[in-house]
Design a protein around this ligand. Sequence first.
Ligand SMILES: Cc1cc2nc3c(=O)[nH]c(=O)nc-3n(C[C@H](O)[C@H](O)[C@H](O)COP(=O)(O)OP(=O)(O)OC[C@H]3O[C@@H](n4cnc5c(N)ncnc54)[C@H](O)[C@@H]3O)c2cc1C
Length: 327
Amino acid sequence: MQHVVVAECRDGKLRRVSLEAIAAARQCMADGDTLAVLLLAGGAEDAAEATHLACRGPDEVIVIDHPILARYTPEAFAAALLAAAEALPMAPSAWWLGHTAIGRDLAPRLAARLGAGQVSDAIGVATGADGRVRFTRALHAGKALEQRALLPGDPWVVTVRPNNFPPAAERAGPAAPIRSAAFNPPPPIVRVRDVVRRVSTAVDLTEARVIVAGGRGVKHADGFAPLAKLASLLGGAVGASRGACDAGYCDYALQIGQTGKTVTPDLYIACGISGAVQHLAGMSRSRVIVAINKDPDAPIFSVADYGIVGDLFEIVPLLINELISTP
Ligand SMILES: Cc1cc2nc3c(=O)[nH]c(=O)nc-3n(C[C@H](O)[C@H](O)[C@H](O)COP(=O)(O)OP(=O)(O)OC[C@H]3O[C@@H](n4cnc5c(N)ncnc54)[C@H](O)[C@@H]3O)c2cc1C
């Protein structure tokens, strides 16, 4: 069976979720299965990332490098993937993508083109004794888990949630071969003129290992400044509740929850967030949750591993000082 991981670059850097998708694919590969990574590159910087992929365990890396792929358009990306797949010795049966903005858009399009089944936002994968691959997904705002089983041999397309699989590690030994595939882009239906970033952060929220999130308790836009400082010291990103976004303290691009982003960082620090069920839906699977809230009865404490009852404007500076003074 041929597995294919679709690797994604952003600003010339390989996205971590692509390495996680390789690890997820490896988890359910049987003897004799092969794994190819398809890298769609919009220039030399993206294409150079193929070397990082080649030493993470695929059997080969196929690069399609074309200027049209510098910005995402559904038609061009889908056509490029199908062109790359034709360069494989065997038609792929299993496609793996990150559950990113691009992956979410591309996967159903690909599945429809291939007549394949599709599973979105997998947080776990395993092969049962019967040889069937089972994907775990979170349902009903994370309150329930479902398993979807697929028959081996039937084609499928799956997206994996960032930060849920350990990224494929570098392997000793020779790297996989890297080759290029030809691509004639279809006539464009969509032309992207410009990409306007509403929030520019060094760390992508959905892939961040540490998130410092603020709620209505930050009181005003400037209240996010200490949170941003703490996040930066921890190498993380800033997030927010909808309460904070609705109040105009920050951009909706930072919203975490049922109608915002779903995140699974190693550490989630919730500052002045009550812990409404819609917020928990987007962050309750974080590995360690720290809550800072003035109200000891705030529901956020029911999911927190560590709780600090107090004023965030006193606690967060203390944490910052501690981090700065620790060598
Ligand atoms: C259909 C639907 C979808 C929704 N989707 C989302 C979603 O995706 N994400 C989301 O977050 N919400 C969502 N909501 C809104 C959600 O129900 C809550 O209203 C929202 O999460 C509340 O935000 P908050 O916790 O910041 O504010 P509040 O509930 O007002 O909580 C503020 C907290 O800050 C604490 N506090 C105040 N001052 C301080 C201080 N100085 N120090 C420490 N603590 C302090 C208070 O004790 C309080 O607990 C949705 C709601 C609906 C109906």
